[in-house]
Design a protein around this ligand. Structure first.
Ligand code: ADP
Ligand code: ZN
Length: 430
């Protein structure tokens, strides 16, 4: 099923033609309406008419988070302030928030993209979406909400938190789809388990959309088994509308990025040169349809790769892999570069490990992985506990090449998060 079939299965040639047209149009508007971009073009001696092909994008200047901050609050508007109808900010995981503005057309367009995503995963008119992301300045909940309303399904604007009430809502109204962060989904599954709720038996859930933070395939599998549903990966960032940038289809093998709206480049973060398709690099995005606040070559700092083949679902828009992490999530222990994702992947693949973990960095060479394990391991059988501990340590060591301290904890010991989880506690610079 498609929401906008003609654009979702468009030929690559036609898609590229539309992209070039939209890019040229975006550039003209930025050049004439946004002093910041006008200056950037002048700095490199470039005029809008110089951009004649999609490859020419490489001549354009980048936009960084700092550019957004320096032009805060209204500096990057490409339309008069009166045309703006909504403000969002990024959730501020990495510093001072960045302001993002939507015109009416932008709101409508972001909802169209969500509609494509939902229909792509099999949503039908009888579906009921329980939206457990944070409503407010964060884009996650509202953008999804408008998209689901556009499809015409019932949306329960639950917001995050109050897990027992969330479960009651699922029971009372028969929610079939959930939208939430992976860390909250892990907690939700744990609470259901502790209350003896068997989702397959007691609830009507069919699928969940998980995004806003990195998680591994192991976590998806674990959650799909615990909840008895299909889990779809959803990628987005406030700077690019929020959710709906890239989303998985039924085949759950990479996320289709809506290329008529976003021009994607994958660059080597050190050299800024494009990497060959299929190789990991930093995702750099240019908005092609945005009216209020178009952005050119935005450095997302997210690491992923393009999946080269075409998808069995028939959509021609390219797919990106899971987001491996952010360039700035990486930390170094004993000279080895480590992404939190690597640790998560190992932990979530080990039987006996429960849902929550944290990484504590103490000194340049000391790292402790605190991990909650299933309650059964605390039955007094020390040998069983030690065997699990050494299994976790060994598996982590073979993945990250450093031997961490491992601390096993009872379920419910570590702080839980309803939004984005704080997985790395860095005490090294205190
Ligand atoms: P902030 O930058 O303050 O966290 P956002 O809420 O806009 O603000 O978060 C967007 C970021 O969240 C992305 O750049 C990416 O790092 C992360 N993210 C979003 N969706 C996913 C996903 N499905 N997988 C991994 N990371 C994701
Ligand atoms: Zn597909």
């Amino acid at each position: 099923m498609f929401w906008q079939e003609e654009i979702e299965v468009i030929s690559r040639e036609e898609l590229q033609r539309i992209q070039l047209y939209s890019l040229q149009e975006t550039i003209r508007r930025l050049y004439y309406n946004v002093p910041f971009y006008n200056q950037k073009f002048r700095d490199v001696n470039l005029k809008p008419d110089d951009i004649k092909s999609l490859e020419d994008i490489q001549r354009l200047p980048f936009t960084t988070r700092d550019d957004l901050r320096e032009n805060y609050p209204y500096g990057l508007l490409a339309v008069p302030r009166e045309k703006i109808v909504r403000l969002h900010t990024s959730s501020g995981t990495t510093g001072k928030p960045k302001a993002i503005f939507f015109t009416k057309k932008d709101i409508d367009q972001s909802a169209e993209l969500i509609a494509r995503c939902l229909i792509m995963t099999g949503v039908k008119s009888d579906d009921i979406l329980q939206n457990m992301m944070t409503y407010g300045l964060f884009t996650g909940a509202l953008v999804m909400h408008y998209g689901a309303e556009k499809v015409g399904i019932l949306v329960i604007p639950a917001g995050p938190g109050n897990t027992e009430r969330q479960i009651a809502l699922m029971q009372d109204f028969g929610s079939t789809c959930l939208h939430l962060t992976p860390s909250y989904a892990l907690y939700l599954a744990e609470v259901m388990d502790s209350k003896g709720i068997v989702p397959q038996r007691d609830l009507s859930l069919r699928r969940a959309y998980l995004g806003a933070e990195p998680y591994s395939e192991e976590t998806r599998i674990k959650l799909e088994n615990m909840l008895g549903i299909d889990i779809y990966n959803s990628y987005g960032l406030s700077e690019m509308n929020g959710p709906g940038v890239a989303f998985e289809c039924k085949y759950k093998d990479g996320m289709h990025i809506w290329e008529d709206n976003f021009l994607i480049e994958v660059l080597d973060p050190d050299t800024d040169e494009p990497v060959p398709e299929g190789q990991e690099g930093e995702i750099v995005l240019t908005t092609l349809k945005r009216e209020g606040m178009p952005l050119l070559r935005y450095r997302t700092k997210d690491i992923a790769k393009i999946i080269p083949d075409t998808c069995r679902c028939g959509r021609t828009h390219k797919r990106i892999s899971r987001i491996f992490g952010r360039v700035d999530d990486m930390f170094i222990v004993r000279g080895v570069n480590i992404f939190p994702q690597q640790i998560e992947r190992v932990l979530m693949g080990i039987k006996g490990v429960a849902q929550n973990y944290q990484i504590h960095l103490e000194a340049y060479d000391k790292m402790t992985v605190k991990v909650e394990i299933e309650q059964d391991f605390f039955d007094g059988n020390i040998e069983k506990l030690l065997a699990l501990k050494s299994r976790i340590t060994e598996k982590l060591k073979s993945e990250i090449l450093v031997t961490p301290q491992v601390e096993l904890l009872e379920p419910g010991t570590l702080p839980i998060s309803e939004g984005k989880a704080q997985r790395v506690i860095d005490n090294r610079n205190l």
